[in-house]
Design a protein around this ligand. Structure first.
Ligand code: NOJ
Ligand code: CA
Length: 528
């Protein structure tokens, strides 16, 4: 049973996961902020949608400087989001519906309000300093090295009382933990057990490859950017991704297997070249194959191939995804409006026909677009730390519209934490449910069709010859065809149409007609 695989196929192979961004999903007490009882109240919606599992973003006590990815207490629930009993209720209700629940674990950094960091700042001699990276600056008064924060600016902030600097790869309110100190892994084993004991089915691990930084804290060499001609830090110089991180995941695998071998560990690792060192029977089950290519057949084909060839373990297939709470919404990326939505449907057929897991992000099933929020409504630290140059990630985090015609689209009676644009309720769940051509019903139909296929079709696929601008692949008797072009195409194809992105897709005689930006699933054997 090593690595969670027994004689039978574990539930997560080929499963569909749905990311719940708690703050924006559903608000149970009308304070404008989504919460855990809100999630519980909408589990039937998720079940009807057809997902197997949810990944719930961080709900721990937190000053919310990075919306929960700055954890002040790993063993509790933020009062804004509910209580530990609400968490237990969520687990129980999810399990009653045969939905699995992944908790988001944030091991790379704590909040600056975590008791460890507060103690660390209390005195230059405090032993808690060893749990973080504190270092002296350079003789010229600059930070210890030239590392940059992912949110812009130096990755170091000066602790004025001691004159030393501390490291934060993200916001200054998110100091990085020093995993070389054995007390850090020890604490996280406790945290891991805490939520497993409460019934969690696994974890999504935040910034999973970054836990250990290179010990010498050396400057990243500068290289010339071929595009701009300007000097920039050499990204191939490894400051993260240090070998002992694998020991940590081997240990976590053992712990998780000790509960039930089919509990899953999902690493937030996007770079395909890193994944094969982590996605192994004795470490993590999966990472993300995030496809953000622009709408071009050859770019999508290349991205899919890079991701599928990145994994080497037996039977391993990528976990396909197109969006999450950190990236511009897919419909907007693909051109916005009607065209963007048609392309998003076609992309869904393309990816959901592939072997592997799928991660959906809330609101994708409603066809929501990125919202261009006014500056004074923005909350993302990325926006502030870049001096407004980066628009930040609030635009994909606007709360979900549930009811047409209700204030705030039925999300809350109070003003939501991010304002909803006018007309947002046109996308509401109740406006789309039961509407044959809606984005929501399309998602429900695709997921319902996919369910029996994912266990019965071969765990592999092959590309078929197709005209430029069109992708066609087959998995045994199952064929997927997508037209990326702005003009219709006719392909020679047999088979029965299982589903298509729009009603103008036709299968007649030995032809398949694909209108612009459309796609189809076909059954070649008549038995699927
Ligand atoms: C990745 C999370 O998805 C993102 O929202 C967060 O800002 C960073 N990790 C830092 O925790
Ligand atoms: Ca609430």
């Amino acid at each position: 049973m090593r690595g969670g695989e027994g004689w039978t196929r574990p539930w997560w192979r080929g499963a569909v996961f749905y990311e719940v961004y708690v703050r924006s999903f559903a608000d149970s007490n009308d304070d404008g902020i989504g919460d855990l009882p809100g999630v519980t109240s909408r589990l039937d919606y998720l079940k009807r949608l057809g997902v197997d599992a949810i990944w719930v973003t961080p709900f721990y006590p937190s000053p919310q400087k990075d919306h929960g990815y700055d954890v002040a207490d790993y063993y509790d629930v933020n009062p804004e989001y509910g209580t530990l009993q609400d968490f237990d209720q969520l687990i129980q209700s999810a399990h009653e519906r045969r939905l699995q629940v992944l908790v988001d674990l944030v091991p790379n950094h704590t909040s600056d309000q975590h008791p460890w960091f507060r103690a660390a700042l209390s005195s230059p001699d405090d032993p808690h300093r060893a749990l973080y990276y504190f270092a002296d600056g350079k003789p010229d008064g600059s930070p210890p090295n030239n590392w940059e924060s992912a949110f812009g600016g130096p990755a170091w902030t000066k602790d004025e009382s001691s004159g030393q600097w501390y490291l934060h790869l993200f916001a200054p309110e998110q100091p990085d933990l020093n995993w070389w100190n054995p007390d850090v892994p020890k604490e996280f084993e406790k945290i891991l057990r805490f939520w497993l004991d409460r019934g969690a089915d696994g974890y999504r691990i935040d910034v999973a490859s970054a836990l250990f930084k290179r010990k010498d804290l050396a400057d990243q060499p500068m290289v010339k950017d071929p595009m701009t001609g300007q000097a920039k830090p050499d990204a191939t110089f490894a400051i993260i991704d240090q070998p002992p991180v694998h020991e940590v995941y081997r240990r976590w695998r053992e712990i998780v297997n000790g509960y039930r071998p089919d509990r899953v560990l999902v690493g937030e690792i996007f770079e395909p070249q890193r994944q094969s060192r982590y996605i192994l029977p004795d470490q993590l089950n999966m990472a993300f194959a995030l496809i953000r290519a622009k709408w071009d057949a050859s770019l999508w084909k290349r991205s899919i191939d890079v991701d599928r060839h990145a994994l080497h373990g037996p039977g391993q297939m990528p976990s396909w995804t197109v969006s999450n709470h950190d990236v511009v919404r897919q419909v907007t990326r693909l051109g916005g409006g009607f065209v963007g939505r048609q392309r998003a449907r076609a992309a869904l057929l393309l990816l959901l026909g592939l072997p592997g897991q799928v991660f959906l992000y809330q609101g994708g099933e409603l066809g929501l677009e990125e919202v261009n929020l006014p500056d004074d409504a923005r909350q993302d630290p990325f926006f502030f730390h870049s001096g407004g140059k980066q628009r930040g990630r609030d635009g994909c985090r606007v709360p979900l519209p549930w009811h047409k015609g209700q204030p705030n689209a039925g999300f809350s009676k109070a003003a939501p934490w991010l304002p909803m644009p006018a007309g947002w309720d046109d996308f509401a769940v109740d406006a789309q449910a039961g509407m044959a051509e809606s984005m929501l019903v399309f998602h429900q139909r695709v997921l319902a069709l996919r369910r029996p296929l994912s266990g019965s079709l071969p765990n592999d696929f092959k590309w078929c010859p197709a005209p430029e601008g069109v992708l066609v692949y087959e998995r045994g008797p199952f064929r997927v065809a997508v037209n990326f072009l702005a003009r219709p195409v006719e392909l020679s194809s047999r088979g029965r149409l299982l589903i298509a992105t729009n009603p103008m897709v036709r299968r007649r005689a030995d032809r398949l007609s694909l209108p612009p930006n459309s796609g189809a699933w076909l059954d070649l054997a008549g038995g699927i």
